[in-house]
Design a protein around this ligand. Structure first.
Ligand SMILES: [Zn+2]
Length: 303
C-alpha cells in the first residue's frame, strides 16, 4: 500500500514535519547544544537517554536503541502502518496526499476506517448530549446538579458534559434518523448487547472521554436519580477506538501542563479531575474505572 502514495508526498510530509515539535507532544525535550534531549517515550526512565538531532531529522535512544525518523516514530507510537502514518502526518501538517499515477486512493485499513467512523459517531453523540444538557428542558435537572456542585459554564463547555435522556429508546431512533445503519450502531457500545434498541446510558450526566488528540472515543455516565439498583457510574467498555487501560481521562487537556510543571495528579473520578482543571491546576488526570495500569503510567512518564 505504501508504494501507492507518491514519493513527492512522502518527501513533502518529511519536510513539513518538525521532528522536535512532533516528538515534543510525547515527551519533554530540553535543548542541549544543537540537539534536544528527553526521557525516552519508548521505555521507562528517569534520566534522559533519548535525543533528537534536528539537522539530521533523526532520534535515537541510547538505552533501548529506538531510533529513526518522524515516520518511524509515529508508526511505533501510534501503532500505525507505514501508509497510515503518512496519512496521519500529512493531515497534521496540511500536506496534500497524491498517489502514483495509475493508482487511485487505496482502501484504508478496515479496522482504522471503522475506528474513525465510530469516533465520528461518538463525537456527534457527545454534541447531541451536550445540547440536551445545556439547551433543553429535560436536561435542566442535570445542569442544576452540576451547577450546584460548582462547575462553571466554561468548564461544562470545555469538557463537553452532556445529558443522556431517560427514554432508553430515544437514542436509537435519533441515530437511525441520521442514517447510521442498525448493524453499525449495534457494534457501537452505545446500546445494550442484549436489547439492541435500548440505550446503554439513560438519565445520566455524561462525561465524554477523549483520546490524546481530543476526539471523543467513549463515555462515562453518572446516575442522576440515585436508583440503588443501578451503579452510580457507568463506563464504556473497551471499544475498537478505545482501550480504557491505555487512556487517561483529561490527558488531552493536561498534557501541556504536565510537561510544563513536571507534575501529575491522578484523581479518583471525573468530577475531582474536572474540579482541579477549573481551579487552574491543569495537570490532573483520572484512570477510567480501572486500577492505574502500566500503559497509563507510560503516557505521562516521559513528561
Ligand atoms: Zn528508550
Amino acid at each position: 500500500m505504501a508504494s501507492f502514495i507518491s514519493k513527492e508526498t512522502i518527501e513533502a510530509v518529511q519536510n513539513a514535519t518538525d521532528i522536535v515539535s512532533l516528538i515534543g507532544e510525547y515527551t519533554k525535550l530540553e535543548p542541549r547544544g544543537k540537539d534536544y534531549w528527553g526521557c525516552c517515550p519508548f521505555h521507562n526512565e528517569k534520566t534522559p537517554s533519548f535525543h533528537i538531532e534536528p539537522d539530521k531529522r533523526f532520534y535515537y535512544c541510547f538505552s533501548c536503541h529506538a531510533g529513526g525518523d518522524v515516520i518511524k516514530f509515529i508508526m511505533e507510537q501510534e501503532k500505525l502502518s507505514y501508509a497510515d502514518t503518512i496519512l496521519f502526518l500529512a493531515k497534521r501538517s496540511g500536506v496534500e496526499v497524491k498517489y502514483e499515477s495509475g493508482y487511485s486512493q487505496p482502501a484504508p485499513d478496515p479496522k482504522l476506517k471503522l475506528s474513525e467512523e465510530y469516533i465520528d459517531l461518538y463525537e456527534r453523540t457527545a454534541s447531541m448530549f451536550h445540547y440536551l444538557l445545556t439547551e433543553t428542558e429535560q436536561g435542566k435537572p442535570a445542569l442544576e446538579y452540576i451547577t450546584k456542585r460548582g462547575l462553571s459554564e466554561k468548564t461544562i463547555q470545555k469538557f463537553k458534559l452532556g445529558f443522556a435522556p431517560a427514554d432508553r429508546h430515544w437514542l436509537k431512533k435519533f441515530l437511525l434518523g441520521k442514517n447510521f445503519s442498525p448493524e453499525f450502531l449495534g457494534g457501537s457500545g452505545l446500546f445494550s448487547k442484549k436489547y439492541q434498541d435500548t440505550a446503554f446510558f439513560s438519565n445520566r450526566l455524561m462525561f465524554p472521554i477523549f483520546n490524546r488528540r481530543g476526539q471523543v472515543v467513549a463515555f462515562g455516565g453518572r446516575q442522576l436519580d440515585n436508583d440503588p439498583n443501578s451503579p452510580k457510574y457507568l463506563n464504556s467498555g473497551d471499544l475498537i477506538q478505545y482501550k480504557k487501560g491505555e487512556t487517561l481521562y483529561a490527558f488531552n487537556f493536561a498534557k501541556k501542563a504536565i510537561k510544563e510543571n513536571k507534575k501529575v495528579i491522578f484523581c479518583e473520578g471525573y468530577m475531582d479531575c474536572i474540579a482541579y482543571h477549573q481551579c487552574g491546576i491543569e495537570y490532573a488526570v483520572a484512570p477510567l474505572g480501572t486500577a492505574l495500569t502500566d500503559e497509563q503510567v507510560r503516557l505521562v512518564r516521559p513528561f
